[in-house]
Every structure is written in C-alpha cells, then in structure tokens.
Design a protein around this ligand. Structure first.
Ligand code: C2E
Ligand code: MG
Ligand code: MG
Ligand code: MG
Length: 291
C-alpha cells in the first residue's frame, strides 16, 4: 500500500512539475517577446516625506507587463520566471534603459525627482554592470543622484567580489543605494556600514503589523528605525495603507513613506499629474525640493 501511495504521489508530483515547467516555458517565451516588443511599462509610485504637506520627494519604478494575450501579469509572478529562465539580466537592462529615457525627458521638462529602480542580485553580481550603467548616465547627462538603486537585503548578502566591486563603483559615483525589504534578511550593522548605503526600506510585512497589537511587531519597526539612525541612513516605510500607520511612523521619526494611503504605482503621465497637483496644493511658495 505504501508503495502504491508513493507511486501515486510521484505521478501527481510529476504532473505538477510538468504543468509548472510548461507554464514557465510559456511565460519565459512571452517575457522575451515582451522585452523585444516593449510591452513592459514603468509605473511609478510616489515616495513622500513624512513632513508638513507630505511632499512627493521621489518615486520607485515598478515594472508592469501588459501582454496582449496573457493579460496583465504582476512582477511578483514574472520576476521569478525571469530569474529561472536566465532572462533577469536582460530584463534589468531593459528597465534601466526605460528609466534613462524617462529621466532624459524629465530633464527637458524640468522635473528633477530621483527615481529608484529595483535591480536583482544576479545583475548586481555580473561583471561590468556598474560601469555600463554609469556610462549610460554619462552619455545622457543624467546626474547619478537622480537614479537610486534598490537591492533586497538578501542579495546584498551575496558577498561575491564582483557584487562588492559593483556596489562600490555605484556608490562612489553618487548613486543612492537603498536596501529593500529590510528586516527580512540577516545583515549585520558592520557589513551594512561598509557599503555606503543611502536608505533602508522597512518591509511591508512589518508596516502591516503596526497597531495590530501583535506582540513585538512595533518593537521591530522601532529597532529598524534606530538601526537606520545609527548608520546615518534615511528610513522609508513601504506599504503604508492607513492613517494610523502613518501617524505612528511620524511619531517614531521615520523619514519617508510609500503606500496606497498616498498613491498606488501609476503610469508615468499620471505620476506627472500627481506631482503637479501636489505642488499646487502646497504652494505658494513651492517647496525647494520639488524644483
Ligand atoms: P518591492 O520593490 O518591495 O515593491 C513594493 C511592492 O509593494 C510593489 O509590488 C508595490 O506595488 C506594492 N505596494 C506598494 N504600496 C503598497 C501598499 O500600500 N499596500 C500593498 N499591499 N502593496 C503595496 P509590485 O509592483 O507587484 O512589485 C513586487 C516586487 O517585484 C517588487 O517588490 C520588486 O522586488 C519586484 N520588481 C518590481 N519591478 C521590478 C523591476 O523592474 N526589476 C526587478 N528586478 N524587480 C522588480
Ligand atoms: Mg523595491
Ligand atoms: Mg520594497
Ligand atoms: Mg517588498
């Protein structure tokens, strides 16, 4: 009986695996096509300062894939596919190209907000990434301070020689480096200190627990904020959805926030309208950091 059961499980496992890998194949091919045909779009989510008027001080670029056949596919789904199909480097390359095009246009329009882009561990660990990226910025006359890079805490722990050298080149050129999903990895104070980072982003899973009364959750956020202060880094809370969370974060001295409470990720044109509207709301006089 045990044998039969084992075999059954094996069959089921096999089917699931086949199903999964054929889905992976379809998604992978679709993704390759999407990169070529430019079906991937940059959405921007405002980052606001937790000060008077909650001014928009920047944005995070988040990718959206609108496929004519497959519909709209979330990055939570296609980033892992890109990683397992060996497509993540060309995807990251494509995203940075799109971002540079945007910042070049913004330069002409007089919009000078920094935009942060998510870069995967594999790209960061690839030879020549920093030089290629910095070269592109230089050719387009984009100031390095205008393009931040978000790297998950987990991928920073990959301490290969190439990763460290890329991080060093980027930060010494003046690219702000942000540690994404902070609190979910195991980095040490000493290690992070050596990396010349700019900001820590507190993972959404911790923000979601503020005010729930769950034991210890708020203590963790406080500890992360203290950690950021100790390292002289800006702290950014992600996934802020309620006024209660926002007020709590202000009281605890968090610097910036991002979340549905302020705005979801939106297409570029809509982001530009948001910035213009926000500016009107708080003017006169327009705050210096928006100019
Ligand atoms: P992330 O960098 O931590 O991005 C934050 C995610 O939280 C985004 O999901 C955003 O839409 C979502 N979010 C923002 N505010 C709220 C909120 O108030 N409540 C809730 N429930 N969610 C909120 P998204 O856009 O689906 O992206 C998921 C992940 O995919 C990102 O996590 C990032 O790690 C990755 N990703 C997105 N775009 C890119 C990209 O261009 N390149 C790479 N390598 N990864 C990307
Ligand atoms: Mg991010
Ligand atoms: Mg994040
Ligand atoms: Mg996150």
């Amino acid at each position: 009986a045990a044998k039969a059961k084992g075999r059954n499980q094996c069959v089921r496992f096999d089917a699931a695996l086949r199903e999964q890998s054929s889905q992976l194949g379809i998604l992978g091919q679709g993704l390759q096509r999407a990169i070529r045909q430019r079906h991937l779009e940059l959405y921007l989510q405002p980052k606001v300062a937790l000060s008077e008027g909650r001014p928009i001080v920047g944005a995070e670029a988040l990718l959206r894939w609108n496929d004519p056949e497959l519909g709209s596919i979330s990055p939570a789904r296609f980033i892992p596919v890109a990683e397992s199909c060996g497509l993540i480097r060309s995807l990251d390359q494509h995203v940075t190209d799109l971002l540079c095009e945007l910042l070049e246009r913004w330069g002409d329009k007089g919009i000078h907000l920094p935009v942060f882009v998510n870069i995967s561990a594999e790209t960061l660990a690839s030879e020549g990434f920093a030089d290629g990226f910095l070269g592109k910025l230089e050719r387009l006359a984009i100031p390095p301070a205008r393009v931040g890079i978000e790297i998950t805490e987990g991928s920073l722990l990959e301490t290969s020689h190439v990763t460290r050298s890329n991080v060093g080149r980027l930060t010494s050129a003046g690219i702000p480096l942000s540690v994404d999903d902070f609190g979910t990895g195991y980095s040490s104070l000493g290690y992070l200190h050596r990396l010349a980072l700019s900001e820590l982003k507190i993972d959404r899973s911790f923000v979601a627990q503020i005010g729930t009364g769950r034991d210890g959750a708020e203590a963790i956020v406080r500890a992360v904020l203290a950690f950021g202060r100790a390292l002289g880094l800006r702290t950014v809370a992600e996934g802020v959805e309620t006024g209660f969370q926002c007020d709590w974060l202000i009281r605890e001295g968090c610097d910036q926030a991002q979340g549905f409470l302020f705005a979801p990720p939106v297409p570029v044109a809509e982001f530009e309208r948001l910035v213009a509207g926000w500016r009107r709301e708080v003017s006169p006089p327009a705050p210096a950091h928006l100019n």
